[in-house]
Design a protein around this ligand. Structure first.
Ligand code: IPM
Ligand code: MN
Length: 354
């Protein structure tokens, strides 16, 4: 087998502090992977005058996938990994394991995945002055009133397309099938605001339902997004795979991460038709920079998804078990989990369990 190529983007602020040890862990596993470090973000801006130079783009293109730290915004490569590589399905798994510091009384059995549509909805921002909407003569569905475009203010366009929603729905169902083969519930829930956005969010809901109906082994469930928000707090164990439009998923995934112990634990895996990238859900933690205490779990678990994607399924399982083992043992946890260990000590403990 030819060596797999992974482009690594180490990100801004505290990000390198969890990206570098994660790659060290992977290197220690002696897999047929070659790592290529692309210079982006703040550092690239200072040295090369661009946050995402041509060279970095080439490295992303030539790799089998990208392992991405966290960046301050979209300019350090994240925009390219999403819209340039058309990675429409953003999987954000939420799984509680013993030792994780959940604020819930009964976190046992929480194991679901938020599938965040990654390219449409309200992002990327397409905004403008209200007066530009004048030719559209938009009326609302409740009163039928036409929008007063003489008002000063801004609008944002929210787009849901059929083709993209179908792609996301299919990726969602395939994930639910794969989880079912490993003891999962085989259940897909769609969450959107279809009781208010009768066209766009109803389209999203309907396409997910139609897609799930093509998988006889899966069951379908729908929840209005605000109801989902409370359901995920009072009974998160009911969920298996929950798919939602972009900005809903952005918000809900952070809330869902909080259920099991916070953003330090929340990985993600983003897939398109022919590319994938893997990043923690959290940001660059500038307040923790230089302290060697940032929790690398989200990054390591993102890397676990990457190993699976690259075909190293056994190694992926091993890595995941090692991380969970460290939580179960509870001796080398970072401060966000109530421990007193550094990032380095946590990673060393994972390495020993490997
Ligand atoms: C995320 C992040 C990004 C997003 C930011 C950095 C633009 O919050 O991946 O969830 O909103 O997509
Ligand atoms: Mn976010």
């Amino acid at each position: 087998m030819a060596k797999k190529k992974v482009c690594v983007i180490k990100g801004d602020d505290a990000s390198p502090e969890f990206v570098i040890p994660t790659v060290e862990l992977l290197e220690g596993m002696n897999l047929e992977i070659e790592f290529f470090w692309a210079l982006t973000g703040e550092e690239a801006l200072q040295k090369q005058g661009k946050a995402f130079p041509e060279e970095a783009r080439k490295m992303v293109d030539e790799a089998d996938c990208t392992l991405f730290g966290s960046s301050r915004n979209m300019t350090g490569g994240l925009g390219y990994l999403r819209w340039g590589k058309k990675t429409y399905a953003n999987f954000r798994p939420v799984k509680w394991m013993k030792g994780m510091r959940s604020p819930l009384r009964k976190p046992e059995g929480i194991d679901f995945v938020v599938v965040r549509e990654n390219l449409e909805g309200l992002y990327p921002g397409r905004e403008g002055d209200i007066e530009r909407l004048e030719p559209l003569k938009l009326s609302d569905f409740i009163t039928g009133q036409v929008l007063d475009t003489s008002m000063k203010g801004k609008f944002a366009v929210r787009v849901i397309t059929e083709e993209n929603t179908r792609n996301v729905a299919k990726a969602t169902c395939d994930l639910a099938m794969k989880r079912k083969a490993n003891g999962g519930k085989g259940k897909v829930t769609v969450a959107s605001k279809y009781n208010m956005l009768f066209q766009s969010d109803e389209l999203f809901r309907r396409i997910v339902e139609e897609t799930v109906r093509q998988y006889p082994e899966l069951t379908f469930d729908q929840q209005v997004i605000d109801n989902f928000c409370q359901q995920m707090i009072i009974n998160p164990q009911q969920f298996d795979v929950v798919v939602m439009p972009n900005e809903h998923g952005d918000v809900m995934a952070d809330g869902a991460a909080a259920l099991v112990g916070g953003l330090g634990l929340a990985p993600s895996a983003c897939f398109g038709k022919d590319y994938a990238y893997f990043e923690p859900v959290h940001g660059t933690a500038p307040d923790l920079m230089g302290k060697n205490i940032v929790n690398p779990t989200a990054m390591i678990l993102s890397a676990k998804w990457m190993l699976e994607y690259l075909g190293f399924e056994d190694a992926a399982l091993r890595l995941e078990r090692a991380v969970y083992g460290v939580y179960e043992e509870g001796k080398y946890l970072t401060p966000d989990q109530g421990g007193g260990s550094s990032t380095t000590q946590f990673c060393k403990a994972v390495k020993e369990k490997l």
